[in-house]
Write a protein that binds this ligand. Structure first.
Ligand SMILES: [Mg+2]
Length: 240
């Protein structure tokens, strides 16, 4: 079904050619493994217990969370301290994820399979607040890391809107041509995902598989909002 144009006027160049997925609450639920790894890294590396108590993780980038933690606790946000934190975090995440109770979010496997099986499949990438290594650890654990050719990560920028610009750029490189915003769909579970999709002019599919309810997501006016990815077909989202 053509969502943006009258029937018969779908131009190939304006079809969605790039799909960017958020990770936590969108592709996977890590059962709190990520937050636990943060908490233990704060405790073990900086001797501050309960360091995650006053942080709101929803849709945030790893680097912005660490900066907030440093500022809250009088720790210098120096490159050296960021490096100390992330070295500890990566090691702890590997152990935490091993015993986690999470899994793929509802509908993810089917939606990815549908995208991959298309006659002209879009480029599929990540647009996440995770650092790259964290994303790799989480998605490898759940068996889907290899399905994403590239991504924008918290290593690229602290601001999610800027990460979106990086992901768009990498997607354009992957397809060997510049992409218009309306050729991109961003899929995410928080208002910050919706905002960063809009920042690059992309369409946005919001999923209520994370911590934010469907009505709350709908208030931010994404192009689609669904309970989970089993409720929408990839063909409909891509406009074909
Ligand atoms: Mg998320």
């Amino acid at each position: 079904m053509c969502l943006q144009f009258p029937p018969g006027c779908v131009a190939f160049s304006l079809m969605v050619r790039l799909v960017l997925f958020d990770i936590d609450g969108t592709l996977i639920n890590s059962g709190g493994a990520g937050v636990r790894a943060f908490e233990r890294a704060f405790a073990e590396e900086f001797s501050i217990p309960d360091g995650t108590q006053r942080l709101s993780f929803c849709g945030r980038t790893d680097s912005s969370l660490v900066r907030e933690f440093f500022l809250m606790n009088g720790i210098e946000p120096s490159p050296h301290n960021f490096e100390r934190f992330f070295r500890a975090y990566v090691a702890l995440l590997k152990t935490q994820i091993r015993d986690c109770t999470g899994g793929l979010c509802q509908g993810v496997e089917g939606f990815l399979a549908e995208l991959e099986a298309m006659a002209q499949p879009p480029a599929i990438g990540l647009l996440t607040g995770n650092i790259r290594q964290g994303a790799e650890i989480k998605l490898t654990h759940f068996g889907i890391w290899h399905r994403f050719a590239f991504g924008g990560f918290a290593d690229d920028h602290e601001d999610r809107d800027q990460i979106a610009a990086v992901a768009r750029e990498r997607g354009s490189r992957q397809l060997d041509r510049p992409l218009e915003g309306r050729e991109i769909v961003v899929i995410g579970d928080t208002p910050l995902d919706i905002r960063c999709g809009r920042a690059i002019g992309a369409k946005v599919l919001a999923v209520a598989t994370g911590m934010i309810s469907k009505p709350e997501l709908a208030l931010r006016k994404p192009d689609w909002v669904v309970d989970d990815l089993s409720q929408v077909s990839a063909g409909e989202v891509l406009g074909c």
